[in-house]
Design a protein around this ligand. Sequence first.
Ligand SMILES: [Zn+2]
Length: 121
Amino acid sequence: MDVCPCGSGTYATCCGPLHRGERDAATPEELMRSRYSAFSKGDRFYLARTWHPRTRPDDVSADPSIRWAGLTILGSAVDGDTGTVDFVARYEGPDGPGELREHSRFVRRGGRWVYVDGDVA
Ligand SMILES: [Zn+2]
């Protein structure tokens, strides 16, 4: 079975349709999951498309020396057109396993949720 990198169902029905542009993320949490999966698969076009133009770096390519190993959503909140997601992403890096814990901010822009920025804990 083609398990989705974000750990929620199969890729074909979870983050796949978002990556293929068949539908947009309905919530900041769904967008966060799909962005994690895009990092995992090295889909920089999706990362760029879901990044606020004000904060998007010029180079959004994922670090090839890191293999993403799992995502845990700790919590999420939506208030109108803004939202936050707290998560832990585990990875295997050149120096061994590690984890990234972040409080991410999202806004809804033209009807679509986009990632703005985050605070790494
Ligand atoms: Zn997924």
